[in-house]
Design a protein around this ligand. Structure first.
Ligand code: HEM
Length: 191
């Protein structure tokens, strides 16, 4: 099932998630380095990274909901997507709490601020798995008819094109439907 909001042919949600994932997780690592070293430069850096990570997370979440709305009701993907989305809203809430708690003294954050960040990362481990389940197992955000020799997503051809026969138009649409759930293209090709 294809993502609804794309840029240059790829889902915008998965482009944006690198910001919250990288910034927020690294901020927690910086907090731990601070606890070990006592050097408050690390917590100052973590403060700014959490702020940036929250902004990136809010942007990613908006596009995530747009993709989720398009998932057919009653499917496992819809349920997993809901857990993933709600879980990530909780993750963002944990980091917003952490950021607010450290605002008065970013270099010397209260224990609660560090615990909130750690809690957010632990929940994010679960929600990230759910995200992987959505894409890698359930095929959400993956082109219909995708196969190992699909043409470029910039080509405007369906992912199923190139499996033999006509390469576009109605015939391609038929092929796309016939290969929607398989790696048929792989099986049909000589090594
Ligand atoms: C900042 C918070 C979020 C993070 C860090 C995040 C992270 C992820 C990750 C790691 C994946 C799997 C990507 C892959 O394996 O290629 C994913 C996919 C997905 N996420 Fe999120 N997510 C967030 C918020 C949300 C929200 C709020 C929703 C709303 C339901 C959502 C809906 C989806 C959907 C539908 C997919 C499938 C791929 C797509 O359609 O782009 N996500 N997300």
């Amino acid at each position: 099932m294809e993502s609804k909001v794309k840029f240059a042919g790829h889902p915008v949600h998965t482009m944006l998630i690198v910001f919250p994932l990288g910034l927020l997780a690294t901020a927690v690592v910086f907090d731990i380095v601070y606890l070990v070293s006592g050097n408050s430069s690390w917590t100052l850096a973590a403060y700014y990274m959490i702020g940036a990570g929250i902004l990136g997370g809010l942007a990613a979440a908006a596009f995530g909901w747009l993709d989720w709305i398009a998932i057919p009701r009653g499917t496992r993907a819809r349920r997993i997507g809901l857990w993933h989305g709600v879980g990530n809203v909780v993750v963002l809430a944990m980091f917003i709490l952490s950021w607010v708690l450290r605002r008065q003294s970013p270099e010397l954050p209260p224990t609660g601020a560090i615990v909130a960040g750690l809690t957010g990362v632990v929940i994010a481990l679960i929600t990230a798995w759910l995200g992987g389940e959505l894409v890698n197992r359930l095929g959400v955000g993956v082109y219909d008819g995708a196969h190992l020799d699909s043409p470029s997503s910039l080509s405007e051809l369906p992912a199923g094109a190139g499996l033999g026969g006509a390469s576009h138009g109605a015939a391609a649409g038929e092929r796309r439907a016939s290969t929607a759930s398989s790696f048929a293209g792989v099986n049909r090709r000589a090594p």
